[in-house]
Design a binder for this molecule. Structure first.
Ligand code: CDP
Length: 226
């Protein structure tokens, strides 16, 4: 059967990763969380006291960072490995949330992560979520989705996600962080977040995860069978 590339872009906390994971599981595709790569790079800079605004530190760090994913096909998870260490939990901490969008504006860092993401396209059958996947990473993807949801709903979803991960946060802090990251992500010079011309917008504010999955699987099967 034909294998395709599916891209899911959108603002923070719209449920992109949840949707991407479910679609990948149903189609038996590989799921790649591109945001986890920016988060892992950010974590590396913070842990090693490096400054992403210093060219020397960026070159130094990128020469030492190796990123990989560890897939668990049974439960549909994909954990990011930073130089072989599973940092999936650490990269969701608020101190990483706080800095990741600043790190993600750096051109050399984006070139590094985009090259890593494109390596995944060799064998198609991939669902990748992020900000610039349909516009920059895979401009020729067969199915591009731009996911949106009301801001209050997004705060609520992130609050519940962090609670579930055992992290203590308050809604106001989350709201401020989402607003800040959305602003930086849409206004940066290099590959800003924007809807690709040929992407389909899906507002999932009032959809359950099952409902949104059915819609997207319908679109995917159309592309696969054509
Ligand atoms: O999970 P959430 O939607 O909050 O964010 P994420 O997908 O984990 O991405 C974290 C941050 O990485 C974003 O706010 C962007 O600044 C950056 N990012 C990016 O610039 N390009 C991507 N393809 C993915 C993430």
């Amino acid at each position: 059967m034909k294998k395709i590339i599916i891209t899911i872009d959108g603002y923070s906390s719209c449920g992109k990763s949840t949707l991407a994971k479910q679609v990948a599981k149903q189609l038996n595709y590989v799921f790649v969380d591109s945001g986890a790569m920016y988060r892992a790079v950010t974590y590396y800079f913070i842990k090693n006291n490096l400054n992403w605004e210093l060219a020397e530190d960026v070159t130094n760090a990128l020469g030492k960072i190796s990123l990989a994913f560890e897939y668990n096909y049974e439960n549909g998870t994909s954990d990011i490995l930073l130089n072989g260490e599973n940092v999936e939990n650490e990269i969701r901490e608020m101190y990483v949330n706080d800095k990741v969008s600043e790190v993600a504006v750096i051109k050399e860092i984006r070139e590094f992560t985009v090259a890593e993401q494109q390596k995944n396209s060799v064998s198609k059958g991939i669902v990748m979520d992020g900000r610039d996947i349909g516009t920059v990473v895979f401009p020729n993807a067969e199915l591009k989705i731009f996911l949106t949801a009301d801001p209050e709903e997004r705060v609520e979803r992130r609050y519940n996600q962090l609670l579930h991960l055992g992290k203590s946060v308050d809604r106001e802090e989350i709201k401020k962080n989402l607003e800040k990251r959305d602003y930086i992500d849409t206004h940066r010079e290099v590959s800003p977040l924007k809807k690709a011309d040929d992407a389909i917008t899906l507002d999932n504010t009032d959809l359950t995860t099952t409902e949104q999955l059915e819609i997207v699987l319908g679109w995917a099967n159309e592309k696969i069978n054509n």
